[in-house]
Design a protein around this ligand. Sequence first.
Ligand code: MTE
Ligand code: MO
Length: 259
Amino acid sequence: MSRTFLRGDRRRFLARVAGAAGAMLLSGCNRLSQTEWFPRILGVGEKASAAAAALVTSRRSMAQEFTEADRSPQFRSNGTSNPDSPAYQALAAQGFAAYRLEVGGLVAAPASFSLAELRALPARTQITRHDCVEGWSAIAKWKGARLAAVLDAVRPTPDARYAVFHCADPMEADGSDLYYESIDLDDARHPQTILAYEMNDAALPVANGAPIRLRVERQLGYKHAKYVMRIELVASFDRIAGGRGGYWEDQGYQWFAGI
Ligand SMILES: Nc1nc2c(c(=O)[nH]1)N[C@H]1C(S)=C(S)[C@@H](COP(=O)(O)O)O[C@H]1N2
Ligand SMILES: [Mo]
């Protein structure tokens, strides 16, 4: 069995396990996230993942890449498809001309980047499979600035451990509770971790996260933050929303959702 096959298999398994739990959550069993077994069953996968990672792969390994012919005819929009926020709508109305990605927190040189500046950074193009815990996968081509290049520009301080992605979309009707996600600096510096501004050779559509969405290819769909407005380097999640490193993590999903 090839290493790639093992990795892909494991990820699909994790997606299925999480998918079953996720489907129940979405079908109204909201209590599930507070019961014991849901975090625990995912926890088993996470431990198996760490052991498997030590044996057959490493955090530096690459996610599988595909050919043009493998691309899915459709790539759906999931979760937010158009952020319900006046600030975002104003940006979108002008084709994101005024967009700036803010990068701060534990960095030596806080900075903000226009789309033109992000496009001028070292880029990567990759055709990868997106696996959502709700039980669907799709292959698309992504192009974006390497997150490593952004980090090189702002220079995280030695105590920085995670990059937190603050998004434009509120998860509550009153406009509060913005979607957010986080990854560690290993994943942030991985060659396939990009801030994507193109999908399938066109500007990233609003439905899929315009103007910028994270691609962190060895992890499940919910880690791939859309509508990224600000990146914050932190030492812990203590003072960020629910404290577990992501919107779905705060509802009980695993923070490390991959290999
Ligand atoms: N800001 C934001 N990012 C998000 C979401 C969201 O609702 N808001 N949904 C996540 C989930 S669960 C998935 S599967 C993917 C969906 O990406 P797509 O809309 O391009 O299919 O985005 C992820 N990133
Ligand atoms: Mo998802």
